[in-house]
Design a protein around this ligand. Structure first.
Ligand SMILES: [Ca+2]
Ligand SMILES: [Ca+2]
Length: 311
């Protein structure tokens, strides 16, 4: 009897030992898999961080390179036109583990939205007419122009017949208020009444958010922006002006003297101070676009604003 009990006890002990061994093997396996998983995640995270850092350095390198080209340009020429070195795009340049492409645009070839109000926050009627004509030329709603003035001007009196101040925006869901200040990004227009995403995509390449009071460079302005300068400039006249300036640009403002009002004439220039560098970098799984606004003043070129993935 005792012998049998002893045998049962031995079998049970062996069973417990086997279960313990199996449990240990399972625990060790789980721990090993977890450790491997954590390690591979850490490696991936480190790789991503390293790639992001590298991509940022390449983008900043492109910005520095563009700055240098603009500095040289300021030394060599008094006008700025699309036949100059800075206007040549770098299509795709291979870099270690990826590629970079970039280009420079003259932001003073666009309509400056902040010119809609003067330094004291009062409406600028000449710029307002210009913006209305630009919207019409692009087949967009011209009412957006006066509504944008309300977004920028310091008062809370809506313009008539088209205007929108706090009372309009606070009735929206979700409610918000007018900025009543200069804008730093053209994408702010997406918050302005009567402007939808599809219209903004059409308008975006023709507008800029620069400091108030900048001139328009007629040597880089597109036909649509030239059209906005006067009712006398039709589609055909604008296309002819673009053809006439060619790759070398105008050397004086004479071609516009009989086409635009004297107050518009005062806001025209042949050169620029604000350029934007767009650098598109991809390394491994990292990809981003850096927009860098450069101000060229007194032969020097400095970045004044950088944004990533959004203009
Ligand atoms: Ca130049
Ligand atoms: Ca206002």
């Amino acid at each position: 009897m005792d012998k049998r009990r002893a045998m049962v006890g031995k079998t049970m002990q062996e069973g417990v030992a086997l279960l313990t061994a199996l449990l240990l093997v399972a625990l060790v396996t789980i721990l090993t898999v977890n450790l491997q998983w954590d390690t591979s995640l850490d490696i991936r995270r480190s790789e991503n961080l390293f790639e992001s850092d590298q991509a940022l350095l390449y983008a900043l390198g492109a910005e520095a390179w563009a700055s240098e080209i603009l500095r040289t340009d300021a030394r060599d020429s008094v006008t700025d036109h699309t036949g100059e070195d800075w206007a040549t795009a770098v299509t795709t340049l291979p870099i270690e583990g990826g590629a970079i492409r970039g280009y420079v645009e003259d932001m003073q070839g666009r309509f400056n939205l902040n010119n809609l109000v003067n330094g004291s926050g009062q409406i600028d009627e000449v710029a307002l007419k210009q913006f209305e004509r630009l919207l019409t030329a692009l087949e967009l709603n011209p009412a957006v122009a006066r509504i944008t003035v309300d977004w920028l001007d310091h008062d809370l009196e809506p313009g008539f017949p088209n205007g929108a101040e706090d009372s309009f925006y606070t009735a929206r869901v979700p409610p918000y208020r007018t900025a009543n200040l200069v804008i730093t990004s053209t994408s702010e227009l997406l918050s302005v009444g009567e402007m939808d995403a599809a219209s903004f995509r059409i308008l975006a390449p023709y507008v800029a958010a620069l400091p108030n009071g900048t001139a328009l460079n007629i040597n880089t302005a597109s036909a649509s922006v030239l059209r906005s300068l006067s009712d006398q400039i039709s589609d055909t006249v604008a296309e002819n002006l673009v053809g006439e300036r060619g790759d070398q640009g105008f050397t004086d403002l004479t071609p516009f003297a009989d086409l635009v009002e004297p107050e518009v004439m005062q806001s025209l220039e042949l050169s620029s101070s604000f350029f934007r560098v767009t650098a598109d970098v991809s390394i491994g799984s990292t990809r981003f676009t850096m927009y860098s606004l450069l101000e060229r003043d007194d032969g020097q070129s400095m970045p004044v604003m950088r944004t990533f993935n959004s203009e």
